[in-house]
Design a protein around this ligand. Structure first.
Ligand SMILES: *Cc1c(COP(=O)(O)O)cnc(C)c1O
Length: 358
């Protein structure tokens, strides 16, 4: 442990903000923990990361991230295990995805030791911020952005890595009404849809706002060419139970390779559910509704883990799904993920990065 912290400098906050936090009422993203991790990239390499008090960064309005969009992020979670230790869910996998996103945006990879050791030290420093209430966790937001100031269009030579965290309560999500998007596009093959880059979100706001005005919570994105095949749901991957099989769109460069998606596909086998990654057409869904073989639909992502979908609007017609009770696949897999993260069952896939608390 001591060698881990040795490579990360720690500057502690003078006075903790913890007393201001109402842990019984954790609105998503409302509170930011005392410290953040900060690392700079210059002279062709990442410099020693530091844990510093969370606060403003001084920036020039000319920084390239603001003008040309070199900004990439991650979203992950740490949990309080029932033995008091901390587990970060699939930390290495998130680190690998961060580097894939960075690569697509011509941004420098973050070395594993900087990411993992930095995160480890940050969470040790802010361990009191990790809630232990049922369904609560610490949301972790790594961010990398171009920090060189230059008006010309160019690949930045300077970057910053920031990791900030926020305690979050149980994510209550009411069943979602989603609308199949047949006009707007989130991502086209060959573009940046698979990268967790900031611009993908900016681009999704307008169609999502339109869908909200029509009474839907999210859009179901379809392929950019024909709007015939499902890509994903808003900011989550989407999964269906069709003919008693777990079915999810096969990954393309237009789909974000979700870690919740991957985990659920892995756990399906253990829950005796056959899983299939393939193209899912709108016709498959309409047929499934008509003959009653489409029995479940849900979004999968770090924030909500599993978000039940109750209505899908296809070609301007609302189709209703049956209620997802405790015996549904989505409820069972959500429960299994919960048990693994909190150490209630063996972590056979080595998904938990455990930080021992002395
Ligand atoms: C982050 C994200 C997801 C879900 O990925 P997880 O790794 O499961 O959190 C799905 N779709 C989009 C567009 C995302 O940005």
């Amino acid at each position: 442990m001591s060698s881990l912290t040795a490579s990360v400098l720690v500057e502690r906050i003078a006075q903790s903000n913890l007393p201001k936090v109402d842990f019984k009422n954790l609105e998503f993203g409302k509170y930011i923990s005392d410290h953040m991790l900060l690392a700079e990239y210059k002279n062709g390499q990442w410099q020693t990361p530091r844990v510093v008090p969370f606060g403003e960064l001084k920036m020039d309005p000319g920084i390239l991230a603001l003008h040309y969009g070199q900004a990439v992020f991650e979203g992950m979670k740490a949990y309080r295990m029932n033995d008091g230790n901390i587990s970060v869910f699939r930390a290495y996998k998130h680190h690998q995805r961060l580097n894939r996103s960075l690569d697509r945006m011509c941004m420098p990879a973050v070395p594993e030791e900087i990411f993992i050791n930095g995160l480890h030290t940050l969470l040790e420093t802010d361990q009191a911020w990790i809630p232990n209430g049922e369904g609560s966790s610490l949301y972790i937001r790594p961010l990398v952005f171009a920090s060189e100031s230059r008006l010309g269009v160019k690949i930045s030579d300077l970057y910053k890595l920031v990791i900030m965290t926020s305690p979050v309560g149980p994510y209550y999500s009411k069943p979602l009404r989603v609308k199949v998007e047949e006009t707007y596009v989130r991502a086209a093959e060959g573009g940046v849809g698979f990268a967790k880059c900031a611009g993908n979100y900016g681009a999704s706001f307008y169609p999502t706002k339109m869908a909200r005005e029509q009474g839907y919570d999210q859009v179901l994105w379809t392929d950019a060419r024909d709007h015939q095949y499902i890509d994903e749901a808003g900011t989550m991957n989407v999964m269906f139970v069709l003919n008693n099989k777990l079915v999810t769109p096969k990954l393309t460069t237009a789909i974000l390779d979700g870690i919740t998606r991957d985990s659920i596909l892995t756990l399906a086998k253990e829950l005796n559910m056959e899983a299939e990654e393939r193209k899912v057409s709108l016709d498959d869904l309409v047929d499934g509704f008509k003959n009653g073989t489409l029995t479940e639909a849900f979004g999968a992502g770090t924030a909500a883990v599993v978000s039940n979908i109750e209505v899908i609007n296809i070609h301007s017609k609302d189709y209703q799904l049956p209620k997802a009770g405790p015996e549904s696949f989505q409820q069972r897999v959500k429960q299994k993920l919960y048990s693994i993260r909190h150490g209630n069952e063996p972590d056979t896939h080595q998904w938990n990065y455990v930080i021992p608390i002395k």
